[in-house]
Design a protein. Structure first.
Length: 222
């Protein structure tokens, strides 16, 4: 009986996670953490992915975002320049332009776009509250039309930011850590997806460019 119990233990632990309590800010006022780019921009990161039971893999990710229209597009390629995946998602819906194995698997495109939106765009939905988590970190909480929750948390005493996505039932699904470096939160990005098949990504910035300005003005856009 021990082996089945050990197999199910992660499921039980995941089910026990819940949306953390938030103490209202009260008289203490603070601005919600908002590291998200405000202008159309293109980002190039080296990406290292990890999955249990699999070797680490490294690719190059190119992401373009348009905050005003909530449009994102991305391409994933090998260090040698072979395009493995290309897609765009916006008001017209998701369009996959290229998907080589393993990016052609079911829900891969959907999950990738969800990760990109979580990292680069402000949380969808209404602001439900702002205050302090049990560890004292300042946080703002949002809820979208699907009932999912997103906490944007400022890590004290640093200015690093965490973004945590919860299911409607309050189960932690994904979390992102943005490490502030000279007010550019995207120099290093860490993502952990706590799904049935968990995975993590570590992204390191190679290049960034504003899409409505010349390349020489492409720094410090946050």
């Amino acid at each position: 009986m021990k082996k089945p119990f050990l197999f199910l233990l992660p499921v039980f632990l995941l089910a026990c996670q819940s949306l953390p309590a938030m103490n209202p800010a009260g008289q203490e006022r603070f601005a919600c953490p908002s590291p998200f780019p405000k202008e159309p921009s293109r980002w190039v990161h080296s990406i290292e992915s990890r999955m249990p039971g699999h070797q680490r893999s490294s690719v190059i990710g190119i992401t373009a975002i348009e905050p005003a229209t909530q449009t994102v597009s991305c391409a994933v390629m090998t260090p040698e320049g072979v395009v493995l995946f290309e897609a765009e998602d916006g008001p017209q819906g998701l369009q996959v332009k290229r998907a080589l194995p393993p990016f052609d698997l079911s829900d891969v495109a959907k999950n990738m776009i969800a990760d990109i939106r979580m990292i680069f765009l402000a949380p969808p939905g209404a602001l439900e509250g702002k205050g302090f988590l049990p560890n004292g970190a300042a946080a703002c909480r949002y809820r979208d039309e699907k009932g999912e929750w997103t906490d944007v948390v400022r890590e004290g005493p640093t200015d690093n930011v965490q973004i945590r996505r919860y299911s409607p039932a309050g189960v932690l699904k994904r979390q992102v850590r943005l490490r502030d470096k000279k007010k550019n939160f995207y120099q290093r990005v860490e993502l952990q997806a706590d799904e049935i098949y968990p995975y993590s990504l570590e992204m390191k910035l190679l290049d960034v460019r504003l899409l409505n300005k010349p390349p020489k003005h492409s720094k410090n856009i946050n």
